[in-house]
Design a protein around this ligand. Structure first.
Ligand SMILES: Cc1ncc(C[n+]2csc(CCOP(=O)(O)OP(=O)(O)O)c2C)c(N)n1
Ligand code: SF4
Length: 288
């Protein structure tokens, strides 16, 4: 007699009919999705009220594998799509899930303005330091002097320190972990899901197929060992100090957790002050 098969507690969050995923063995993206489903599981949120928006790329595929209202949008446009969704349906918890290239290269302008406005979004950025889906080109986060298909002699441009970029533009919650820190990611995602305003979680993740191979850094497991050895927990660190160098220490933790009015709150406060009784409060299907 065969033993009963136990259901994986995260199965109900996944579109299993779409499995297996496109992700390569050792890729860190799936690990982050596992953490996200665990955060949802622990949060007890009504899943009808959680929406995920992705752009393009290997990370952009996350939206398609989650059994939630999920949207796979165009390259770099996940944040404006999500901002519109949130304004139309303020009752939704809107999560943007995308890669470093999608968010900070073609989508960089949207990233900084959403943080400045304090748009009520949780943004999860899987940073593998490369354009995975299109063959390993250099991105704004590729550390100097890593090899990419477009920098065969090593990257030479200054790379973005994403936590500092977002914090300096006004993000209210900024954290970084690596794909090795699965419990911390799930806990931080849970915390961020419950907070209002522009929340940003960067997850440093392996892309064995392109970034690791090109830089002769081994397999996904080797990279996990590297994250274990090189990560330094620096909760509350000044984000100016958390930039990443090639193969040097990786500051991780929750760097920023502040309060300020969200885009919608600021708009309502300003308009009701300016217009007094003439102001008609904003209504929508999700808002009385
Ligand atoms: C307007 C436009 N330009 C370029 C592309 C090609 N493209 C698809 S995915 C991608 C890079 C994605 O990289 P990243 O966001 O780092 O995600 P990863 O694949 O590494 O997870 C690019 C340039 C596109 N789809 N649309
Ligand atoms: S190419 Fe890289 S980022 Fe894309 S699935 Fe493979 S390992 Fe992951």
């Amino acid at each position: 007699m065969s033993a009963p098969v136990r259901e994986n507690p995260v199965d109900k969050y996944l579109r299993k009919e779409r499995m297996p995923s496109i992700w390569c063995p050792g890729c860190g993206i799936g690990t982050t999705v596992n953490c996200f489903t665990r955060a949802l599981d622990a949060s007890g949120f009504d899943l009808e009220k959680v929406a995920v928006v992705s752009g393009i790329g290997c990370t952009g595929r996350v939206a398609g594998y989650l059994k939630l209202d999920s949207f796979h949008t165009t390259h770099g446009r996940a944040i404006p799509f999500a901002t519109g969704l949130k304004l139309a349906r303020p009752d939704l918890n809107v999560v943007v899930y995308s890669g470093d290239g999608d968010l900070s290269a073609i989508g960089g302008n949207h990233l900084i303005h959403a943080a400045r406005r304090n748009a009520d979004l949780l943004v999860v950025c899987v940073n593998n330091f490369t354009y995975g889906m299109t063959g390993g080109q250099v991105t704004p986060t590729t550390p100097n002097p890593a090899i990419a298909s477009t920098t065969p002699y090593g990257a030479y441009e200054q790379s973005f320190n994403l936590p500092h970029l977002v914090a300096s533009c006004g993000g209210v919650f900024v954290a970084r972990w690596t794909a090795y820190h699965v419990r911390q990611i799930a806990k931080t995602m849970g915390e961020a899901l419950s907070k209002k305003g522009f929340r940003f979680i960067e997850i440093i993740a392996p892309c064995p197929t392109l970034y690791l191979r090109r830089n002769k850094l081994g397999e996904g497991l080797d990279e996990m060992k590297f994250y274990q050895e090189k990560s330094v927990v620096m909760n509350g660190a000044d984000t100016r100090e958390v930039g990443l160098d090639f193969r040097d220490e990786i500051p991780v933790g929750k760097f920023v957790d502040i309060e300020r009015p969200t885009l919608e709150e600021a708009m309502e406060a300003r308009l009701s002050k300016a217009l007094g009784t003439k102001y008609v409060p904003y209504t929508s299907p999700g808002k009385a």
